[in-house]
Design a protein around this ligand. Sequence first.
Ligand SMILES: Cc1cc2nc3c(=O)[nH]c(=O)nc-3n(C[C@H](O)[C@H](O)[C@H](O)COP(=O)(O)O)c2cc1C
Length: 400
Amino acid sequence: MTLLNKTILLGVTGSIAAYKAAGLASALTQEGAMVNVIMTRSAGEFVRPLTFQALTQRPVVTDMFALDSQSRVQHITLGQTADLVVIAPASAHTIARLAWGLADDVLSCTVLSTTAPVLVAPAMESHMYANSATQENLGRLRSRGFVIIEPEYGRLASGAVGRGRLAGEGAIMAAIRQALGGVSDLTGRRVVVTAGGTQEPIDPVRYISNRSSGRMGYALAEAARDRGAEVVLISGPAAIAAPGGIKLVPVVTAMEMREAVMDEVPACDALIMAAAVADYRLETPASQKIKTMAPELTLKLVKNPDILGEVSGHARRPKVVVGFAAESQDLLKNAQTKLVARNLDLIVANDITASDSGFGAENNRVVLIGRDQEPSALPLMPKRQVADIIWDAVVGLLRL
Ligand SMILES: Cc1cc2nc3c(=O)[nH]c(=O)nc-3n(C[C@H](O)[C@H](O)[C@H](O)COP(=O)(O)O)c2cc1C
């Protein structure tokens, strides 16, 4: 679900978590949304409007009675032009005002005047949140169709531990996408995606690597995030920036990749290994830069561990394990052999000799091979679209 051309109204209220709204405003803007921020008077005690103005490149509304340079009645127009209203963080006070339909500031007037979906992400000290007044107010909002993005349990600003911490940015972004009509079939799932190529050092300045750009794995991570999953992206050095709203675990070598994957395996529902992990590494990388006087140089390579094989044999193997097979010949035969040998649920095979797809390209042409299934050859399409088709298959396997 893309946020391109969506108008999102972000309400920020007087909670200690107001600074986190800056991250949210930035993430929404980076995804192409037009973000209009309304701050309550109390919110201005925690974060300056300038922060949001700089992040969104839009004027920030703070005062109902300020003269509007465009001579338009902002508390009405902002609500009416919004595709969605999200209040994050929502203080106990604002929740009470909305529950009772008060209209004493720009944010509350806007909520009354909008017909867009309204998402409310409470953030407060745990006793304030548990208080029956707050709970009754939230109940009122729910019964009116507001979506409440539940706060998390954890350490609060007061030092105490309890429920009341603002939901994570990933959860808020997922709720936004869902409210805007996106698919959310990975909500509640934790998935791990590996991406990029690994670098195996020869000496402190040189390494052996491959042509992987990370694009396919990053598209997979982004698509899973958009479908509501909690995503861990374990990435070797890549040519592009990682998507926001996910946990990025950067690695360099195959051995680091293995350690990171094994750390995540016990706690994930699905693992997709899209990384191009080096098969070999130097037995002993030089500790000093190798001098280039000699006419020949012999490097001794040793086999890297078979990460997919280890995952498949793991006592807590994820329910769904997907591998990639980048082949330059006998595509189907080699991919099918890998599917069986590594005990995978699905393998994504691509012919790397094609110039319009594969390594580094924006598009990919792949064949999906499941167990006991006829291979399904997809036409050339953007990697993000390939990613969604792969997740469609994974969602089906998770339901079995
Ligand atoms: C340091 C500090 C932190 C606060 N944090 C919160 C909070 O996290 N959640 C909350 O509901 N109120 C919090 N408050 C109280 C609100 O700022 C106060 O209720 C205010 O009236 C909320 O106004 P608003 O809803 O119009 O923004 C805090 C107050 C202070 C001084």
